[in-house]
Design a protein around this ligand. Sequence first.
Ligand code: ARG
Length: 393
Amino acid sequence: MKKVVLAYSGGLDTSCIVKWLTEQGYDVICFVADLGQGLGQGESFEAIEERALAAGASKVYIKDLQDEFVQDFVLPALKANAIYEGKYLLSTALGRPLIAKYLVEIAHKEKANAIAHGCTGKGNDQVRLEVGVGILDPKLEIIAPVRAWEFKSREEEIEYAKMHNIPIDVTKKRPYSIDRNIWGISIEAGVLEDLEQEPPEDAYMITKNPTIQVSYPKYIEVYFERGIPKKIDGRLYKLKTLIGHLNEIGGLYGVGRSDLVENRLVGIKSREIYEAPAATILHIAHKELEALVLDRELAHFKEIISLKYSELVYNGLWYSPLKGALDSFVNATQKHVSGTIKLKLFKGNCVAAARKSSHSLYKKELSTYGKEDKFDQKLAEGFIKIWGMPYKR
Ligand code: ARG
């Protein structure tokens, strides 16, 4: 019998896929990745497992991958300052290569010859999963039922699920398409498709409305060691817990929302909104610290790398040789990225209030306009003459 490992979420699409694949003659093994997606009300991993079995799966793997996700995927992207099109902190994009890794691992363990997913044929996620799997094991067959099957609407899928006694709760469905993990939430579809409308408040899940905030700002201190966030307000945290903590504080102050029209890899422009409080806070803090400790050449060159890095992540090339090579560069730049950044959170904003590092290249005796000035201004004259020399005709 043909065996397939399916990336299973517990939702309507992937539940129908389980049944549909069994009808095509497959033995279906479901894999559920826990990336901190914050299950909905009344939902549990036990319930998801039962649903998969009820839909016809022969076996279900549920794996808590949150630590691996933050350590091996989120952290490299943070060190690289990877932000897509200036606004998207890549939460969804970073999760996919990890899911691909486990699909392949489970396929090997189970001696399956195929993997399957529930992505549509219009998005980036199909590319990320399939290119990821293809790099890790090019021999595995890939099945994307949503691109191929006969269902034309959600209603038809619900009908199919009912007919086959797949226990789906269709009543609680929010009017958006949501992808969530510990690094952020991506929200699209529904009224968000209308570019002339501001996203309704109910579309946001973890950030308070920045305009109806408390009257005082919140200060927090983030301490980094070689580019890795270690402490908040002097307290040591495990990375996953630190991110969870910053999501809560940031969310309370409305920090981390973004609304963008982005360029998908498949050539479509789409409108999506994001919530990523911890990611936003950490990116800002990290960048502020780098401003202090990286010399100009390194800092400016690293910006070019950040841009490329974000494209590679967005475009599903996590396991590509270039991405690996860029990681080596980025890691080398983090040698002196240690220190503390104090941030002020207020009404959706997050700005640096104080900076401190023993590796700081800031020298007050050089920049000061006060009497402690040690900068020899006479030297500037010769420097400018030579610097401008090539441009004189
Ligand atoms: N546009 C984002 C990306 O390509 C998120 C895609 C998934 N979004 C969603 N709401 N299901 O990374």
